[in-house]
Design a protein around this ligand. Sequence first.
Ligand SMILES: [Cu+2]
Length: 504
Amino acid sequence: MNSTVRKNLVRALTSVFILSLIYVAEPLFSYNILPFNAQHASWFGVGGGEFTPYQEPTPYDTVRTQVLWMIFIAFVLLITVIAYVFDIAHFTYKITGKKVADVNKVSAWIGLIVLIVGVYYSFWELAAQGKYAKVTNPSAEHGFVLDNMFMFTFVLTFAVFIITEILLFVFPFIYRTKEGRKAYYYPENNKLEIFWTAVPFLVLLFMVFRGNAAWKDIVYHPEAKQAQEIEVFSYQFGWSARYPGNDGKLGAYSFNYISGTNPLGLAVESEVASFKEELKKDTANFSFKLTHIKQYLGDLNTQLEGYLNVADFKGAKDTRKEIERVKSGEYADEMALMLRRRTKQLERMALVESDKKQFEKTFNGDANDDLVVKEIVIQKGKPVRFKFRSRDVIHSAYSPDFRLQMNTVPGMSTYFVFTPIKSTKEARAEKKDDEFNYYMYCNKVCGQAHFNMKIKITVVETEAEYNDWIKQQKPAFVNSSIQSSKVDSKMAKTESIKINSPSI
Ligand SMILES: [Cu+2]
């Protein structure tokens, strides 16, 4: 066996080994044995897979896990043994000049086995987990188009996958080495090249155009213009939604106005004014700290002595750390940065105020009666337009039942139009689950609590139900000064009711 053959053999064995690892380890992940199971796939895919929380394994599961791991380890050992057998065969051949086994023949057979096992597992996989990728029964009108596209792509790619796998392994098997057989030299065939370039090209082109047409159909739907607009706001880690108040208009907003009591940064004059006061206090505080560093250091030293006197070593340690921070200039840098940030923010806020037109446009009172809610309620058969905003990083609004997915991007708004066709009640009846609810999740790994980021979407059946719900929602800023002069008497009554300030 010369070195080229040996290298190729090592390569072939490595690929067989990796493939085998996947095939053997796969069942471990397929059942509810490991915390990472196939159900998670539906979080990332298009499917309307149901989310089942991780369950504690039963004793039966534990035994099965152990058996599967044993099979896995045995398989690894077997592969190692095979590799050694080839090694020994190679040395025997080198010493005695006698061929023990024909490597090419063996790898042809291994290829055939891999093919049979692989294709079998592919179908098994489909039978066992196909339900998690199920793309039927959408709860939004446009869902059928997307589902058809998904199935088309799936059937096509699966068929191509099976055919290419068969060609890949069957040909090396049919034409494996045989005594006296000479390889046929076949350098190129232009017709064949054109054929297998053009066919995938045309098929992919068809899929791209179909996708584009479907997208246009969803977003530029004739009904989209009359859709009810709801603002959906994402942040680390949660969602808020904003409905227009009695005026039917969503008011202006700015990230500069975002504060603890105004998490959406709405242009509500009284809120913004009190926030500005807060920022001014902050700037005064930080500049005071910057100009009194020496004093602070003195205070810290006194504090340190105090701790040492009462033998509080933890306190002493923390104080020493702080002293280090002050001495190294880190503390001053931090205070300066905070000061700069707040000054800049005040400057940006002043910019709007300095332009009278801009100011009046921004603070026109539209935002004062806006409803900020922690649950989205929409009506069956009525088109809605979700307008997405993000406070911090890019999130992705994802509601598989509605076949909805859209990035939410800080600094720009994105949107998605759809018409729900199945109420929560109907979906519950269909799924035979009284606790079922539609949710919107985050589908972009955006930080530590990303997994917990969701908001309930309830689809009611009648306009009366919707109106009942919306009546119960209170404006986020009922104590606004502008609002009291603008709203009607019915709304003014709600002023006495407690302030419904959303929390993050
Ligand atoms: Cu997120």
